[in-house]
Structure formats: C-alpha cells, structure tokens
Design a protein around this ligand. Structure first.
Ligand SMILES: NC(=O)C1=CN([C@@H]2O[C@H](COP(=O)(O)OP(=O)(O)OC[C@H]3O[C@@H](n4cnc5c(N)ncnc54)[C@H](OP(=O)(O)O)[C@@H]3O)[C@@H](O)[C@H]2O)C=CC1
Ligand SMILES: O=C([O-])C1=[NH+]CCC1
Length: 251
C-alpha cells in the first residue's frame, strides 16, 4: 500500500499480507511492515512494525467515523470478533464514549470471554450475535468471516456500525438488507467499489466518504442507522508512521 502526501510531506509504503492459518499458530493473521522514505530524495528513513500501526490506525479511522455518525449519547457497544482489531477498536472508541455496556461475540466463546475479562466489569461475552447487538448503539464487526454475520433484523434503528472485516470483493460480513437499509459511508469510494464484497454484492449505494463529512460537504445522519465500511487506506499508514517518527524525534 504506497502513499505520497505532499500535504503531510510523507512517502511510505506498507507490505501487508493476510495469513488466516496463522490464527491457529497463535501469531497475527495480518503480517505487515512499513517503510518510510525521504520524499525529497527517496532515501530510506525507517522500517516499522506494520501490525501495531494497522491495528491502531484502523481503529482510529473507525473512531472518526463514529464520532460523526453515532448518537453522541451512545452507551452500549457491541463487538463481533475478539482479535487484534476488537481490542484496538475498544481502546479507540472508549476515548470518545463512556460505555456502560460492552457486549462481545466471537466464533468461540473462549475468545469473547478472554476479551471481556481484559476489558473488565462493563464487558460481557455473549452467546449469539443477536444477544450482543440488540441493545447496541455502536456495533463493530471485526471478523475474518466470508459470509454475513450481522443481520438487519437484530440492529436497533439509529445504531452506527463500523464494518471493518470482509476486505475482498467476494467476502461479506454484513447482511445486504442492512447495507441497503442504512446510510452508507466509506473511507474511499474507489476502494469500496473495487474491494468491498459488502458494497459490491449488496449493490448498496454509497452516500459519502467519511472525509466528505469531516470537511462539511456531506451530511452526518447520526439519527439514522449508519454503516461505515472500512477497507483501510495507505494514507492512514503514512500519516501514522510520520506521527511515530515525530514522537521519536521529540523524546
Ligand atoms: N478495514 C481495515 O482497514 C482493516 C481491516 N482488517 C480486517 O479486520 C478483520 C479482523 O482483523 P484482526 O482483528 O487483525 O483479526 P484476528 O485474526 O486478530 O481476529 C479475528 C477474530 O474474528 C473472529 N471470527 C472469525 N470468524 C468469525 C465469525 N464468523 N463470527 C464471529 N467471529 C469470528 C475470530 O474468532 P475466535 O477468536 O473466536 O476464533 C477472531 O477473534 C479481518 O477481516 C481483517 O482483514 C484488518 C486490518 C485493517
Ligand atoms: O488496510 C489494511 O492494512 C488492510 N485492509 C484489509 C486487510 C489489511
């Protein structure tokens, strides 16, 4: 994932690959390395762990979407999936909302219980997606499922969904009825139309990129049911890498 941003004065690229079988070996399913170059002369400035940055910047992008698109009084969070992104999303969203309830569902109850214990007394491991999401104001789907796991009939009207998994054109995490019945936001329209099975297969109409909401050219319909379909963008990695280098310089 290469990126040059003249505005941020950064040139970087991330090599990222998905190894689903790593899961059973207890090592990350996403292997990523970030390389940062001097934009003036192309010389290598740094090689960084891309996994930590991927976890944090993906959750940060969802947090920005959630800040604009969720009910500001949201109290109940549901997380579907209990891996790396589940943890970083809980961390990022907790900086914006005081959750009184965090409901977690995962493929195995064991993973959901482990995350629930890490979070503490507000968290609960659930035995179905329906149980986890039915009271939720904000829902995060962070699984590697290839078929829908979250269905419209379980989602409270007005809830906000961050749909983070299913990053291939033939994979889905979200029920097509929910995709079509919500106001749909994406990180990149171009990326969503090429890479998101949730968007392509449901034929749901993209209303806006989150950036268009942030810059005020498109509306944030936070009283309606909203879906933010995230695929990840190279600029998120490049800007994050720059933040890491800035921090290094000043410490
Ligand atoms: N949009 C973006 O920018 C990015 C998206 N991603 C995507 O986010 C997703 C999560 O990534 P990450 O957290 O690193 O992955 P992990 O491998 O760390 O965790 C995945 C979790 O999903 C759970 N899971 C798998 N299938 C199901 C299912 N059918 N129902 C419920 N839970 C399920 C697993 O369950 P269990 O532990 O119970 O077995 C596991 O806890 C992936 O699809 C990944 O490609 C990743 C990086 C960036
Ligand atoms: O942006 C990213 O790094 C990824 N998106 C989907 C899997 C990894």
């Amino acid at each position: 994932m290469p990126c040059f941003s003249a505005h941020e004065h950064v040139l970087a690229t991330k090599l990222v690959a998905f190894y689903p079988t790593n899961y059973d070996k207890g090592i990350p399913t996403h292997m990523a390395t970030l390389m940062v170059f001097d934009p003036e002369n192309g010389s290598l400035k740094a090689i960084m762990d891309g996994e930590v940055i991927t976890n944090l910047r993906t959750a940060a992008a969802s947090a920005v979407a959630t800040k604009y698109l969720a009910n500001p009084k949201s109290q109940v969070l549901a997380i579907i999936g209990a891996g790396h992104q589940a943890r970083s999303h809980h961390q990022a969203l907790s900086t914006l909302f005081n959750f009184t309830e965090v409901n977690i569902y995962s493929r195995t109850l064991e993973s959901a219980e482990k995350l629930s214990q890490e979070i503490g007394s507000t968290a609960k491991a659930c035995s179905s997606v329906e149980e986890a999401v039915k009271r939720a104001d904000i829902i995060v789907t962070v699984t590697f499922s290839k078929v829908p796991v979250l269905f419209a009939k379980w989602v409270k009207p007005g809830a906000h969904v961050n749909a983070v998994g299913a990053c291939r054109p033939d994979w889905q995490e979200i029920d097509p009825d929910l995709m079509r019945g919500s106001v749909l936001y994406v990180d990149s329209r171009e990326g969503a139309m090429k890479e998101s099975g949730d968007v392509i297969l449901s034929k749901a109409e993209v209303y806006a990129e989150v950036g268009e909401v942030v810059n005020g050219t498109k509306q944030a319909f936070c009283e309606k049911t909203t879906v933010f379909k995230s695929l990840g963008m190279a600029v998120e990695d490049a800007v994050s890498a720059n933040l890491v280098l800035d921090k290094l310089r000043t410490t």
